[in-house]
Design a protein around this ligand. Structure first.
Ligand code: ADP
Ligand code: MG
Length: 375
């Protein structure tokens, strides 16, 4: 095999924020939007040359790259980290040329990073003739992002990118790392991703801070993680901030389980109410929203959404709204003006549909075999 082509999607989390590193629950969907990696095997220089339609610079990734030697920085770090983690896992990654094209907005909270890692891993495993279980691939992608790129993210993005299915949400239990499909047809409704277009301010520092607070709360409660304490054990914490941090995680886990049940039974209104409660918890207890994000969520609610909430790590990014069709039309027409009139960046509103997880695509353009190799 000389050419492989792999696709991996972005994701949006419907509910369950900052629960992944607390061994809790989340309910993401994979998107139809995704990243495609074309990989042509070959070359005697033990290097992968990669270019992306999103970046002006191409990168050279030595196969023996590691976080300590021949470390690639910038966007190439996501490719290099994936190469490194896959080799560490024992797959003989071949040299070659890689062309990356993507329809996932970068840095908008839709996990373009996991889409890139998972598309790269899917292409490289196929090119190496290896078969790696999806949960294992998710861990490899996470290792690339944590240990090579240096972003301390949980496993949510990668599991969603690998396990996605059309018209389906994914109930993830991060303790057992089990993924259970939740069909979305019976709830109906429309999903909107509303990009705040406001920058993430010190998001990684704040993320690390929240993570430490959760670890500290669990430690004070004498448990290995917040998953191991009872729903109202946050009341035992003396420190007000730690109480609120723990309360967010514990109530959010409950909302994820209730939300999956609501969607299964077609209860759109019930799921919307849980989304609103989740947003309030992120705003008041976990303190990870921004004024622009709060206004977007409140405006979507006011215009008739079943519910709306910030999705992703916080401090900017995207709001997901779940709405009947007529309210979705109203939101798309009116919300950007309302938010811009309040002095915030004008949000972008996109209808999203749950799509398939990472997979190989047929080489649909055999002519490319003889065309010039990608940059
Ligand atoms: P998010 O995952 O929410 O989009 P991140 O900050 O986690 O935001 O990841 C974005 C980074 O991932 C980009 O700055 C870039 O380095 C890299 N990246 C993601 N997708 C691509 C792509 N298609 N081409 C090149 N780099 C990409
Ligand atoms: Mg990311």
């Amino acid at each position: 095999m000389t050419w492989v082509r792999a696709h991996a999607p972005g994701r949006v989390n419907l509910i369950g924020e900052h629960t992944d590193y607390n061994a809790g629950f989340a309910l993401p969907i994979a998107l139809e939007a995704g990243t495609v990696v074309d990989f042509e095997v070959g070359g005697a220089d033990a290097t992968i040359h990669a270019g992306s339609d999103r970046k002006p610079d191409s990168v050279a990734v030595p196969l023996d790259t590691s976080p300590s030697t021949h470390r690639v920085t910038g966007w190439g770090g996501y490719v290099a980290g994936s190469v490194w983690a896959l080799r560490e896992f024992g797959v003989a990654v071949p040299a070659g040329r890689m062309r990356i094209t993507s329809t996932v907005p970068v840095g908008a909270g839709l996990s373009s990073s996991a889409a890139l890692e998972c598309a790269v891993l899917c292409a490289l495993t196929a090119a190496a003739g290896a078969v790696v279980d999806r949960t294992e691939l998710a861990r490899i992608a996470q290792r690339a992002e944590n240990e090579y790129v240096g972003a301390p993210t949980g496993l949510l993005d990668q599991l969603a990118a690998l396990y996605g299915e059309p018209d389906t949400a994914l109930l993830i239990d991060f303790r057992s790392v089990r993924v259970t499909p939740v069909p979305l047809e019976s709830a109906g409704g429309v999903w909107l991703a509303i990009d705040s277009r406001s920058p993430h301010r010190n998001a990684s520092g704040e993320y690390a801070d929240r993570r430490r607070a959760c670890e500290r709360a669990a430690e004070l409660l004498g448990a290995p993680s917040l998953r191991d304490v009872a729903d109202d054990d946050w009341r035992q914490l003396a420190d007000d901030e730690l109480r609120r941090r723990a309360r967010h995680v514990l109530t959010e886990n409950r909302r994820v389980l209730d939300g999956a049940a609501a969607l299964r039974s077609g209860d759109a209104t019930g799921f919307g109410a849980l989304m609103r409660a989740s947003h309030a918890s992120m705003r008041d207890d976990f303190e990870i929203t921004t004024p622009a994000i709060d206004l977007i969520a409140a405006t979507a609610d006011r215009l008739g959404a079943y519910g709306a909430r910030m999705t992703g790590g916080g401090f900017g990014g995207t709001v997901i709204a779940f709405a009947p069709q007529d309210a979705a039309d109203r939101i798309a027409a009116e919300l950007p003006d309302t938010v811009a009139a309040a002095g915030h960046p004008r949000p972008g509103c996109t209808r999203i549909r749950p799509g398939a997880g990472a997979h190989l695509l047929p080489d649909t353009e055999p002519a490319r075999r003889t065309a010039a190799p990608p940059p």
